[in-house]
Design a protein around this ligand. Structure first.
Ligand code: PMV
Length: 308
């Protein structure tokens, strides 16, 4: 009998298409080489959760409830988490949900495929963030760079090689539900404007797919710049994010945008290798914190199997 089982799932960064994806459009998203690891053990009595640095355990508790309901499991479990994702908006919730569901399946010897893994993890994320597209859950499962279709939640793999991106944290945490609500509000007030913005974003995503497949970084950069302008029009950027974006653009980046819900978290800058140093310096000068991350590289060996 297995004593414990461990599973890891990666974080993510949105490359193109945030917000529009909540309304059924497609987006492009990449994995980052940082992970949440969940270890599961069978408990003698009640469930227990050991989650250092996590004040609200509702996500991991809900993962167990959702798993138990689906597979009619009665046994108690002990789940413990470890993270090197930090607090930069790199997808902690989705990675925790995916790693927890996988670890539970392993310790309880239940086979689940990627469809079921997505379904259960997505339900878990939605139990704490009601209006969520699921793009982050799909990335935690598939890794690499993917095209995620908001409508039917299907995935197309675009690349498993790293993208030449510099990532920097703005110093502020994004409040994703608040930013999503802000767009809901604008949609009610000015539906035509928002629909036009989403339509333009969907075209950018379509072009972005081709640019990534062809490794046409100059083109991808242009598309990122356009996407950022549309996010400003949607009202989800911030002065700090715009300052960082402009600094990186002036320092020679092909393209720069905020990544994710907006209001805080990270920017991504597409940078030719020769210009990386100048762009990083420019971002630091306006107060951004450059993160040491590899974006878009598949790292299968991190989905680890049962132990002992
Ligand atoms: O704040 P993040 O990094 O989780 O990104 C949110 C992206 C949205 O499109 C605004 C929401 C979603 O669930 O797709």
């Amino acid at each position: 009998m297995k004593q414990s089982a461990t599973a890891s799932a990666c974080g993510k960064l949105m490359i193109l298409g945030e917000h529009a994806v909540v309304y059924g459009y497609s987006c492009i998203v990449s994995s980052v080489d940082r992970f949440i690891t969940v270890t599961a053990k069978k408990a003698k009595g009640k469930d227990a959760f050991i989650t250092p640095g996590v004040s609200d355990q509702s996500l991991i508790r809900n993962a167990v409830l959702i798993f138990r309901k689906r597979f009619l499991v009665k046994e108690g479990v002990v789940l413990s988490t470890k993270s090197n994702l930090g607090n930069f908006g790199l997808g902690t919730s989705s990675a925790t949900a995916v790693a927890a569901i996988l670890a539970l399946a392993k310790i309880l010897d239940i086979k689940i495929d990627n469809h079921e893994l997505f379904d259960l993890s997505y339900q878990t994320v939605k139990s704490v963030q009601k209006k969520a597209s699921g793009f982050d859950v799909a990335t935690s499962i598939h890794q690499g760079t993917i095209l995620f279709h908001g409508k039917d939640k299907s995935v197309e793999r675009l690349s498993i090689a790293p993208l030449p991106l510099v990532v920097a944290f703005s110093g502020f945490k994004a409040d994703t539900p608040l930013m999503v609500e802000r767009v809901v509000h604008l949609m009610k007030k000015e539906p035509e404007k928002v629909k036009n913005i989403f339509h333009s974003i969907s075209q950018i995503v379509r072009e972005g797919k081709k640019a990534i497949i062809k490794k046409n970084w100059r083109k991808l950069g242009e598309l990122m710049n356009e996407n950022h302008q549309l996010l400003i029009k949607l009202g989800v950027s911030s002065n700090k994010l715009n300052q960082m974006v402009e600094a990186a653009q002036k320092a020679g980046a092909f393209g720069v945008k905020l990544s994710g819900a907006g209001g805080g978290d990270c920017i991504i800058a597409l940078v030719p290798l020769s210009g990386e140093k100048q762009v990083k310096e420019a971002i630091k000068r306006v107060g951004g914190k450059v993160l040491n991350l590899t974006v878009g590289k598949e790292k299968r060996e991190n989905i680890t199997g049962p132990t002992k």
